[in-house]
Ligand binder design. Structure first.
Ligand code: F6R
Length: 607
């Protein structure tokens, strides 16, 4: 999704902005641009497409060193991807970059009256309002605060005024924005990775804050115009995490990171093969007397929530609801005093998940977040937070984060089961012993041989539609498998509980339609075999992802991907790695842009 970087200081601003924009590329974008001060003027360059293109254009424009500017990667919301709609936007007096959505931009545009607009963006409207306010007040802070009072929606803004050289202004509401404080200059960014190479110190802005940033100092003003005291924080994130190593794609590298990510998470959240959350939840009473657990998340994180539902209901015997955050936030859920809400988010910045969390906080419901990004807004605003230790994910498609999210959900289920006494310590230890095989043996075994994935990918890559079927936790794995295949290969697919297909959708199965059956839960082998027979007799080509011992599934499948035999505490994890590799090799066969699939963003900061 959109990314912001701004800089003022002694170093080469053009290079720093380009570096920052490259670091933000992983978020997904369709155009990029930047505005820099040059000889008492602001010069803007933009491009539709990649930052590498912008870099070529910028080199032609800025041969001399520049010291201050703002840059942006845009993921289109208002107006198609084009150079004209790319940010920065503005007038001869002011240029701005914007993340988020201005919900009342149409009304504001009308109120501006006789003003010409060159783009279709909501951002241009904001720039023109700031310009108007600035001409009235000649005070940059007042003009930004006055504009803030008019806006509805979510926004992080980076702003420069033509007659205030080498100064960057910022405004934040419901969209992430940080100020980096370095020895050689100051930064603004929507994501710390944009300036982490230069400084690990930052100031977090609150909603409604306006900031004025020069190369020596930062002043922050509250929405009422009063100056605020600010405090600096230090990032625990490592700047040097963005390499692909010997892999052709980040996605493949990140799938290969899974054993380490799971081992690290295991190390931080277990002790002697028992779950241990004492670092963040010291008091076991947190897990006592829970009525219903509400799991709220989006996309892949929601699918991890479904696996969590399975674990919690099976082990701790607590009812669980799972809901996509975009619906939950506007629904009227039945919430009781002793309920617990779990928000799952890799980025910790997903707009809908954050809004759901805020809604739950307002209602005083116990909240716990499972987050991969320290310092993210969801992590900061949750009652309790448990960190997954996947390390940064760069590929848009979430892989290692999913497996560690499922892992934490298993640990939470086991912890609650222990506190509720639905399981004994010996039983929990047994489960965690079998789970640990996943990262010591099973996933490394799957990663060691790509032949079955390549064979299945050859079948899938010629197709337009595919179906996934499974039962129990294999059904939930199918949901994630379908999402993974769609997002990076662009093959349309749907996932069904295997028994549900015949209630309508089976009419779509014809000669050659691929059906991917996921059959790792032994108790369903016979049922799954019948479901496979049903689709095969209508012409389907069946690819099965199953355990080695699933002989009755293997013998009727056209193509087989096996995962090591395992229990319920292993199979969802090994299956995840297998279906990620299946999607990866299919997309590779189809020559897709695997790490940056079209239309997608890594961090979805608009609703
Ligand atoms: C798919 C994917 C998305 C995210 C979703 C939630 O591969 O990555 O479906 O899972 O956008 O993102 P987070 O976990 O950052 O809240």
């Amino acid at each position: 999704m959109c990314g912001i970087i701004g800089y003022t200081g002694n170093d080469n601003a053009k290079e720093i902005l380009l570096d920052g924009l490259s670091a933000l590329e992983y978020r997904g974008y369709d155009s990029a641009g930047m505005s820099l001060f040059k000889n008492n003027d602001i010069i803007t360059v933009k491009t539709q497409g990649r930052v590498s293109e912008l870099s070529k254009k910028a080199s032609a424009q800025f041969s001399e060193k520049t010291f201050c500017g703002i840059g942006h990667t845009r993921w289109a919301t208002h107006g198609k991807p084009s150079e004209t709609n790319a940010h920065p936007h503005g007038t001869e007096n002011v240029m701005i970059v914007h993340n988020g959505i201005i919900e009342n931009y149409k009304e504001l545009k009308n109120e501006l009256g006789n003003v010409n607009f060159y783009s279709d963006t909501d951002t241009e409207v904001v720039a023109k309002i700031i310009d108007k306010e600035y001409r009235k007040t000649r005070d940059p802070i007042k003009s930004i605060i006055n504009t803030h009072r008019l806006l509805k929606g979510s926004y992080a803004l980076g702003i420069i005024f033509a007659d205030i050289p080498d100064t960057v202004f910022a405004l934040k509401k419901d969209s992430p924005l940080l100020i980096g404080t370095g020895k050689n200059g100051m930064f603004i960014a929507s994501d710390i990775s944009a300036f982490l190479k230069y400084t690990d110190r930052y100031i977090r802005l609150s909603d409604g804050d306006t900031a004025m940033i020069t190369k020596e100092c930062v002043c922050v003003f509250a929405a009422d115009g009063n100056k605020k005291t600010i405090s600096e924080e230090r990032s625990v994130k490592n700047a040097d995490v963005t390499g692909k190593g010997n892999f052709n794609h980040f996605m493949l590298k990140e799938i290969f990171d899974e054993p380490d990510a799971m081992r690290n998470t295991f190390g931080s959240l277990t002790k002697d093969f028992l779950p241990d959350f004492s670092a963040t939840i010291p008091d076991d009473s947190f897990f006592e007397d829970i009525g219903t657990i509400h799991i709220v998340a989006c996309g892949t994180a929601l699918h991890a929530g479904l696996q969590g539902k399975y674990f919690i209901e099976k082990l701790a015997k607590i009812p669980v609801t799972t809901e996509t955050a975009g619906e939950f936030r506007y629904s009227d859920p039945i919430l009781r005093e002793n309920d617990l809400a779990i928000i799952i988010s890799q980025s910790g910045e997903t707009a809908d998940s954050l809004a759901a969390l805020r809604m739950l906080n307002k209602k005083h419901i116990r909240t716990l977040s499972v987050v991969n990004t320290p310092g993210s807004t969801i992590a900061e605003e949750s009652g309790k937070v448990v960190f997954t230790l996947a390390g940064q994910e760069i590929a848009v498609a979430s892989t290692k984060a999913y497996n560690v999210q499922c892992e934490v959900m298993l640990f939470l289920a086991l912890k609650t089961a222990l506190v509720k006494k639905t399981l004994t310590s010996a039983e929990v230890k047994n489960i965690l012993h079998s789970f640990s095989r996943v990262f010591t043996d099973s996933i490394p075994t799957i990663l060691s041989n790509n032949t079955p994935f390549r064979k299945a990918a050859e079948i899938l890559s010629g197709c337009k539609n595919a179906f996934f079927i499974g039962r129990g936790y294999d059904n939930y794995s199918g949901q994630e498998a379908s999402l993974k295949l769609k997002e990076i290969s662009y093959i349309h697919s749907e996932a069904y509980a295997a028994g549900e297909l015949k209630h309508g959708t089976i009419s779509l199965i014809e000669e050659g339609t691929p059906v991917i059956s996921i059959a790792t839960d032994k108790k369903f082998y016979e049922k799954m075999r019948s479901n496979i027979e049903e689709v095969k007799s209508r012409g389907a080509v069946v690819i099965s992802v199953c355990c080695e011992n699933a002989q009755i599934i293997k013998e009727i499948s056209d193509c087989v991907i096996t995962v090591p035999n395992g229990t319920f505490a292993e199979n969802p994890f090994t299956t995840a790695t297998a279906i990620q590799l299946l999607a990866y090799y299919t997309a590779l066969e189809m020559n897709r842009d695997i790490d940056k699939p079209r239309n997608l963003a890594k961090s979805v900061t608009v609703e």
